[in-house]
Design a binder for this molecule. Structure first.
Ligand SMILES: *Cc1c(COP(=O)(O)O)cnc(C)c1O
Length: 376
């Protein structure tokens, strides 16, 4: 899928660490969702990779955008996206940030608490709002629960409060957790939405939006081939079963599944050495680590496929980043087998690294620069 990046890397030797993004793959990934789920409006979760070439490409492909801050909203507007195609999906916002978005014409906001309704009513009077509920995240490699979302039982009272405050209750959202491999989680979320729709209808409030969030998975190391088409078909059936003929507007906020496979992160080996403490192990130090963009290696949660151009026999290695922080170890328990001949100066390539990397890089911890991005 990313032969274009391989061709680029055989012709060019970019300074490392470097994230190479294939913009055609971004567009293909967006198109694959549109093809698999024509009933769905795609709001790209900008935080996955907010680079302007990506936003421009998706804007031209007709995507909408899920933004979480004034800077992300400004980036979407700069990409030529109209405010009607932007949703402000962060449920925790400053009053001044809400006012900024409203003034730019954004008219769809998330909330999950009473305090947020007061800010929205004040800074975005009359705006469309949706309530985020918390749903089970089991099966997600990178869960997103607990910090956001109210209990489904609370949503009815909150949406009534939003109406009474002069806002327009639009619907319900949930997030099944990022890198979620079980489509049943979306089915559960949709069933909750249907229940809340009914309860609000009894109060004379007609909701017309279900936001099924993001979380759609990509093939990292060891993940079996994931069938996105089957996943969307299962979600489609769950929607049919829950809301049937009165299907409302359905939107989703995919991030990872659009950006991840479009990126390969090239890194250079800084040192290979044996450490005798805690059992004899080979340590491979790279010029990218937890603070250089690979934040999702925390807890070894996301395990990128790693490719070495060096051939020959392999043995296991601990992989560590370049900084002087001893938490800057990528994989110690997940066994990565690397060539025995691997040495300082060799390059390694992390694939499926286009999402949640470039903006997770620190601004200069230990003097290491943020991750460079190249777009092809
Ligand atoms: C992060 C996030 C997403 C994107 O999740 P992915 O797993 O990358 O698809 C979507 N919606 C919200 C509210 C998010 O916080």
């Amino acid at each position: 899928m990313t032969a274009k990046i391989d061709a680029y890397l055989s012709a060019e030797i970019p300074a490392t660490p470097c994230l190479v993004i294939d913009l055609d793959e971004v567009e293909r990934n967006h198109g694959a969702i549109v093809d698999a789920a024509p009933w769905l409006e795609v709001f790209y979760a900008v935080k996955a990779n907010p680079a302007s070439p990506i936003l421009n490409r998706l804007a031209r492909a007709g995507a909408a955008f899920d933004a979480a801050s004034p800077a992300e909203i400004a980036a979407c507007l700069a990409a030529g996206v109209g405010p009607e195609r932007i949703s402000y999906g962060n449920t925790v916002k400053k009053r001044s940030d809400i006012a900024f978005a409203f003034e730019k014409g954004v008219n769809l906001f998330a909330f999950d608490s009473s305090g947020e309704i007061e800010k929205l009513a004040d800074a975005a009077p009359g705006a469309g709002v949706f309530c985020r509920i918390v749903v089970a995240n089991d099966g997600a490699r990178w869960p997103l629960t607990r910090k956001f979302g109210c209990a489904p039982d609370e949503a009815v009272a909150l949406l009534l409060k939003a109406r009474d405050a002069g806002l327009r209750p639009a619907g319900i959202s949930f997030h099944a957790g990022s890198q979620q491999i079980e489509s049943a989680r979306w089915g559960e979320g949709v069933r909750w939405c249907a229940t809340i729709f009914e309860r609000l209808a009894a109060h004379g409030v007609a909701l017309d939006l279900i936001n099924i969030g993001g979380g759609f998975p990509v093939p990292y190391r060891d993940d079996e081939k994931l069938d996105l088409t089957a996943m969307f078909a299962a979600i489609d059936r769950a929607i049919d079963e829950s809301v049937g003929a009165s299907r409302p507007r359905i939107i989703a906020e995919p991030g990872r599944v659009i950006a991840a496979t479009a990126g390969k992160l090239v890194t250079e080996v800084v040192l290979v050495t044996e450490r005798s403490y805690g059992g004899h192990q080979r340590w491979v130090y790279l010029d990218v680590g937890r603070y250089g963009g690979l934040a999702e290696t925390e807890g070894e949660a996301i395990q990128y496929p790693l490719v070495s151009p060096v051939g020959g026999d392999t043995s296991s290695a601990v992989l560590a980043g370049p900084t002087c922080d001893s938490h800057d170890v990528l994989y110690e328990h997940a066994t990565y087998d690397l060539p025995i001949d691997l040495d300082a100066g060799d390059r390694l390539v992390f694939s499926n690294a286009g999402a949640y990397t470039s903006t997770y890089a620190s601004v200069g911890f230990n003097g290491f620069s943020p991750l460079t991005e190249v777009f092809i």
